[in-house]
Design a protein around this ligand. Sequence first.
Ligand SMILES: NC(=O)c1ccc[n+]([C@@H]2O[C@H](COP(=O)([O-])OP(=O)(O)OC[C@H]3O[C@@H](n4cnc5c(N)ncnc54)[C@H](O)[C@@H]3O)[C@@H](O)[C@H]2O)c1
Length: 485
Amino acid sequence: MTPPRDIAGSMNNLARSVSNSLNLSTSPNLSFHSPPSSFRQPPSGSFLDGRHGSVPANSHASQLAKQLKPFDTKDIKVLLLENVNDAGVKILTDQGYQVEAIKASLPEDQLIEKIRDVQVIGIRSKTKLTKKVLDEAKNLIVIGCFCIGTNQVDLQTAAQRGIAVFNSPFSNSRSVAELVIAEIIALARQLADRSMELHNGTWNKVSKGCWEIRGKTLGIVGYGHIGSQLSVLAESMGMDVIYYDVLTMMGLGTARQVSSLDALLEQADFVSLHVPATADTKNLIGASEFAKMKDGSYLINNARGTVIDIPALIEASRSGKIAGAAIDVFPDEPAGNGDYFSNDLNAWTKDLVGLKNIILTPHIGGSTEEAQSAIGIEVSTALVRYVNEGTTLGAVNLPEVNLRGLTLEEPNSMRVVYIHKNVPGVLRQVNGILLDHNIAKQMSDSRGEVAYLMADISSVKESEIRDIFQSLEELSSCIRTRVLY
Ligand SMILES: NC(=O)c1ccc[n+]([C@@H]2O[C@H](COP(=O)([O-])OP(=O)(O)OC[C@H]3O[C@@H](n4cnc5c(N)ncnc54)[C@H](O)[C@@H]3O)[C@@H](O)[C@H]2O)c1
């Protein structure tokens, strides 16, 4: 553990970090991309929103934005299951869609009955949208998963039917980052042990081995949505931040990237893990990595349970190599709440719970009211954009395609969305159908067997829309056609 330092010392380090990060950013050998934040779905009207082609609210442009609607569908019917957050429901009802919101999930037969009738369905993790269910969903154009995961949906079948699927993987990034800050302080002050002792009637006032976090080094492994948020928060509390990521990235503030995991482990007083669960990250921190960490340092895992080799953690804690750890995620986690955290679940549980200064939490990193509301807003916004504009930004099963919005200054214009089999010659056929009109803008992309084309066409008479729609529908490559005007 780095001993307490005065502010002047920290300022020198700050200056050094700045020059390091400048060196990094001017290296011609390194490529950069901006640190991610919730860029995929910025709030409506934000600057980033404009970058994605929509228009900022209250601007001149937004007053001129043309509200598109499907030419062949009078009402958009939406079925929301599993108690979708109110903020999300409101966004959909405000659009004038017919929304039926049900608190529970539905048994399969009732689900099939209801799904036949709707264009949009919103679910959380309990509703299974299997091939059998999707086969009945003849009118469905889009699925919103108001949660992080999408395992409950047959994504491939949905793509093959031209049904877009959206989720909200990053709405809880801030919640996780804040929890990590709390854990850093709690570990440095042995807070959980003191609290537990007092709950059991023991007054144990100690300062030995308790630290301020100011001037200590935080090492972030995985500088994505959560890692980069954490970086900003930690720095504002006077920590020096270093990070390691497989991608080369521009650090926020004075945070600087280090070239290897080993370099990070050797320098950090606190190591916090924010990588995805992949084959590469399985047991990313095991016995040899613990050996490289500083004596008396701390480890925090709010990423995924497979990332740490827990028996190695138990050993590192017992030997005093690490002074504490906070673990929010486990290789095996119970499906519901109850007294399931035992050796039956993970063979080492009893050893883990007996250790000093180990904070254990039941996968609550992202579980806040704010995150739930943000999920509601993010997914509903994506659904509205898809229904009204055909934009697939953030879709998990279709290529991401977007065009800047049509405006009222383009009165005789319409938008064609053509979801089709990814086979040669389709663009030629589609453009043959659109030939007599001016294609103002067009974008197309493919993902596996399915391709997605968007085109804005001007100088179209309303009477011609149906012909264009039908000609596209008759192409052998057609999965689904939508015309918005
Ligand atoms: N505890 C919770 O409740 C909770 C909530 C949300 C997310 N999570 C988990 O947190 C983790 C991070 O989420 P995120 O939204 O920041 O993800 P993200 O995709 O935005 O960022 C992950 C970063 O890790 C990097 N990375 C991938 N493999 C790496 C490796 N081997 N070494 C170093 N860096 C590597 C990627 O390049 C990326 O920058 C995920 O595992 C996610 O499932 C947990």
